[in-house]
Design a protein around this ligand. Structure first.
Ligand code: DOR
Length: 423
């Protein structure tokens, strides 16, 4: 039995005032405030005015180390994650060198442990193909043994359906789920802008939503044929949602994520040629935003992910066509999505499923539901604290967000992982 060493007093948990008892890194009990007396010697923390929430899990980040430390490194990325409410982070393989071998995976894990010994926990996603070149399969046994929790060619879609099928089969031998960046590589060549009236008015080369949905359909048909799981990354549009709904009704083992920017922004954010709104897949239309919110609510889209993609200012401060795709998201994701809860556009239950239960059960990561014995991974959140998004308020090295200058509500004031204070 755990010895209580930490008590959080008087936090707001779904409208109830509660005390949380923690011991040996685990949840002991969550009880109505004042019901039990904190034991002698236990540290206490007054949480009045704060919401108590379980740590979030992000299944899709780009931490840029090794190779692009000027954009972000593991230390700065995990610092942003900690302050952003994230306890578990899955990081993509598009580093240099690519994470397609044990040496790179080990380096990532060691750097994370050295920089943040108590977390956030880093879970690398290995490359699906060597060098992400979509020509030869990566050594998945080695990646799995070293600590990769999934494999993906994120950022660089796989053209060959035959290679992709073999990758799914091989990955399953090692218990790895394939995460796919769904994009027809030819149709999707002009990344970063949605094809439609706005792109025509701006004169920007653009990609249609079907470039994504076609690949979603391919993946789903393969998953059904092989009877293997597939996870679809950063789904952005209604057409994809319709295909995923159809697949789920047929019992295909498909899970899908979307990102805060696809729930809150449209292609109109690009008007003015804002390169910070250039992201792949691109921001879509109002109709798509509505469909994404509904799909998340009904569970057609299982989970949220940031697709945190930090870039340096000098890379974004160029002509729209030349700028790299990506939005820095770890700092803003919690506030942006909690604002949706406050506005009645997302239920609290959906928020918790999408940021905690669904990602953790899909990828077998530590999950806190505040049940006895769960890891004591939680944070205190002041929903009223207003903050202005900008270089000084973001922990990430990547300041590239179309939300710059926007006032957001809600900040993490304390964050604990396995009972250890990380913020
Ligand atoms: O916008 C994006 N940026 N989408 C991706 O798939 C990759 C990412 C990056 O690595 O910058």
């Amino acid at each position: 039995m755990s010895t209580c060493d930490l008590v959080i007093l008087g936090a707001d948990y779904d409208g109830q005032l509660v005390d949380l008892f923690v011991g040996d890194g685990e949840i002991i009990e969550l009880v109505p405030a004042g019901k039990n007396t904190p034991p002698q010697g236990a540290e206490t923390l007054d949480a009045k005015g704060h919401l108590l929430l379980p740590s979030l899990t992000d299944v899709h980040t780009h931490l840029r180390e090794p190779g692009f430390e000027y954009k972000e490194d593991i230390e700065s990325g995990l610092a942003a994650a900690a302050k952003g409410g994230f306890g578990n982070i899955m990081c993509m393989a598009n580093t240099t060198p690519v994470n397609d071998n044990a040496t790179v995976t080990e380096l990532m894990l060691e750097k994370a442990h050295m920089a943040h010994p108590f977390g956030p926990r880093l879970f690398p996603v290995g490359a699906l193909t060597k060098g992400l070149k979509a020509e030869e399969l990566a050594p998945m046994a080695e990646l799995s043994r070293t600590g990769c929790v999934a494999v993906s060619n994120d950022g660089l879609p796989v053209l060959s359906t035959e290679l992709f099928r073999r990758a799914m089969e091989y990955a399953s031998d090692w218990g790895l789920t394939v995460i796919d960046h769904c994009e027809d590589p030819f149709m999707g060549a002009a990344a970063g802008m949605n094809e439609g009236r706005t792109s025509s008015l701006l004169g920007i080369p653009a990609q249609p939503d079907v470039a994504e949905a076609i690949q979603v359909a391919r993946d789903i048909l393969l998953a059904e044929y092989l009877d293997l799981p597939i996870h679809l990354a950063h789904i952005s549009c209604k057409k994809s949602v319709d295909v995923i709904r159809f697949a789920k009704e047929r019992g295909v083992k498909v899970t899908a994520e979307t990102c805060p920017h696809y729930l809150t922004l449209t292609e109109k954010a690009v008007v003015g040629y804002d390169t910070n709104a250039k992201v792949n897949p691109p921001l879509r239309t109002e109709e798509d935003v509505t469909a994404m919110l509904e799909a998340l609510d009904t569970g057609v889209i299982d989970m949220l992910a940031t697709d945190h993609a930090p870039h340096a200012a000098h890379e974004k401060e160029v002509e729209f066509d030349l700028a790299p795709c990506g939005i820095s998201g770890l700092d803003t994701a919690l506030s942006v999505t909690w604002e949706l809860v406050t506005a009645g556009k997302m239920s609290r239950a959906t928020f918790l499923r999408a940021w905690t239960v669904a990602p953790c059960t899909t990828f077998d990561l530590p999950l806190n539901t505040f049940a006895k014995g769960d890891p004591a991974d939680f944070f205190l959140f002041d929903p009223e604290e207003a903050w202005v998004v900008g270089p000084d308020t973001m922990q990430s090295r990547g300041k590239n967000t179309p939300l710059t200058g926007r006032t957001l509500s809600g900040r993490v004031t304390a964050h604990f992982l396995a009972g250890e204070k990380i913020v």
